[in-house]
Design a protein around this ligand. Structure first.
Ligand SMILES: NC(=O)c1ccc[n+]([C@@H]2O[C@H](COP(=O)([O-])OP(=O)(O)OC[C@H]3O[C@@H](n4cnc5c(N)ncnc54)[C@H](O)[C@@H]3O)[C@@H](O)[C@H]2O)c1
Length: 450
């Protein structure tokens, strides 16, 4: 059976309208589809209905504004829209617990809501990141509990979401979509859906398990590569050479149809995906008796970077004759990623904790992060302005390289900070010219691997 209407544009319901659901919903509606975003969070739905955007993603508020009143994007806390939809996308959260095991509760609750509402011809697309086999062995039986049979009555596929924060809307219009169904008809229908809906390449794979592992492999590679960059940075620190110079040279080597592509070192790895997906992979392998030692190592390397950061800051302050206890450190940028306000699992939190543990006085400024969230996470009252944060500082620790921090007027800041003052570069990757300028102005400079 084919799981897509021939004669008209398919109607879409997206269950879980958080970061991924909202970005996807907007992209589909902008392509002209009728989309309903379903989320159990009434506050979120009320905000979206009011035209307020809770997600700091470039272009998203403007797109939501453009779609307002068109009827192409609606929101609900209830599941009524399921009956009218052709395609149902599941994009709820799949966190890990304190034991690092995948928590599938949100997914299970959604399936329980969907099962009695499914009708013949529905195509269900799972986008949430899951363990290999979860689409077939967890989602399918829960949906079939409603009485319909997957493959005969409704289609089921896994299509991982691979967008990266900060570029989500453009990536949704470009990235190829990986499609792996529980049966060939589901796969073909979903492939056609994505091609029609987003006009992007959709690549068919032989099973939902392949598609599930593709997602995990991507994030495994990224985490692994960042760990390599972080270890390389520590090596470069020991030899007093600039890691960015080394990476530039190393990446010029052609390899495997592309080039060596070492990513950038930083204060650490945070966010919602890289801190959990490798553990989902690790646990899935362990359940099959396979121990993935690279994941253990990579996670340990990346988790150690916040400590490396605050210990390096303390050591540099001491080297400049300033006791880190009582020194003022202005932390500029608290998000886990440049140019986002996302504080989820940000590595800046353990840096701030480490600095405060040695008695440093920490001020915090992040123009993109929500001040209330920042206050509650860090236990520090955030500064309202850059000037307030840096006044009297012995160190300016740029820990997220947001655009405004790339344009800092260090000559003007020099008048406000203490002397000597260290600029610590955790993720801004200042050019050699900027570093030269900093030195000329009398600042000390230190970066991760620089
Ligand atoms: N954030 C990213 O950059 C990213 C990228 C790729 C993949 N993913 C994956 O996509 C999935 C979603 O991630 P996210 O960042 O959008 O999470 P999120 O927490 O921002 O959004 C999940 C939403 O689901 C809603 N929800 C939970 N249970 C529900 C239910 N029973 N019914 C209706 N709504 C319900 C929540 O209220 C929330 O708004 C996760 O599996 C994640 O690993 C995330």
């Amino acid at each position: 059976m084919r799981f897509l209407p021939d004669s008209r544009e398919p109607k879409v319901a997206i269950v879980g309208f958080g970061y991924v659901g909202c970005c996807l919903g907007v992209a589909l509606a902008e392509q002209g589809l009728y989309v309903t975003g379903i989320d159990r969070d009434p506050r979120l739905v009320a905000q979206l209905e009011d035209g307020r955007c809770h997600i700091a993603e470039p272009g998203l508020p403007e797109a939501l504004e453009r779609l307002r009143g068109t009827g192409r994007l609606t929101f609900s806390t209830g599941y009524d829209a399921i009956g009218d939809a052709d395609v149902i996308v599941i994009a709820v959260g799949t966190p890990i617990g304190p034991d690092r095991l995948l928590v599938t509760r949100q997914l299970e609750e959604v399936c329980a809501e969907l099962a009695p509402r499914l009708r013949r011809g529905h195509l269900v697309v799972v986008k949430s990141t899951v363990s290999p086999g979860a689409t077939r062995n967890l989602v399918r039986p829960l949906l079939e509990a409603g009485g319909l049979v997957q493959g005969d009555d409704f289609g089921l596929v896994y299509c991982p979401e691979r967008l990266s924060e900060g570029n989500a809307l453009s990536e949704l219009r470009e990235l190829p979509i990986i499609v792996g169904g529980c049966d060939p008809e589901s796969t073909h229908s979903a492939t056609e859906f994505w091609k029609r809906a987003l006009d992007v390449p959709a690549w068919e794979y032989t099973s939902s398990e392949v598609a599930e592992i593709v997602k995990l492999a991507d994030n495994w590679w990224i985490d692994h590569n960042i760990a390599l960059a972080n270890d390389l940075a520590r090596l470069c620190d020991a030899f007093r050479v600039d890691v960015l110079e080394v990476i530039g040279g190393a990446n010029s080597l052609p390899k495997g149809g592309g080039h060596v592509n070492i990513l950038l070192p930083s204060v650490g790895v945070g966010g919602y995906c890289l801190t959990k997906d490798p553990w989902i992979t690790w646990n899935a392998a362990r359940e099959r008796g396979v121990r993935l030692e690279t994941i253990e190592t990579v996670r340990a390397v990346n988790d150690a970077m916040p400590r490396y950061t605050h210990e390096t800051i303390s050591a540099e302050l001491a080297r400049a004759g300033r006791d880190p206890g009582g020194a003022k450190v202005a932390v500029l940028g608290a998000a886990f990623k440049n140019n986002t306000g996302d504080l989820r699992s940000t590595p800046v939190k353990p840096v701030v904790d480490g600095l405060r543990a040695v008695g440093a006085v920490v001020s915090l400024y992040d123009p993109l992060a929500d001040p209330a969230e920042l206050r509650s996470l860090m236990g520090v009252e955030p500064s309202a302005t850059l000037e307030e944060a840096v006044t009297g500082a012995h160190c300016l620790a740029v820990l997220a390289g947001h655009e405004p921090f790339q344009q800092l007027d260090f000559a003007a800041l020099r008048e406000r900070v203490s002397s000597p003052c260290l600029v610590f570069d955790g993720r801004a990757y200042y050019s050699p010219e900027t570093v030269e300028e900093l030195r000329r102005l009398g600042f000390g400079y230190r970066g991760i691997g620089r």
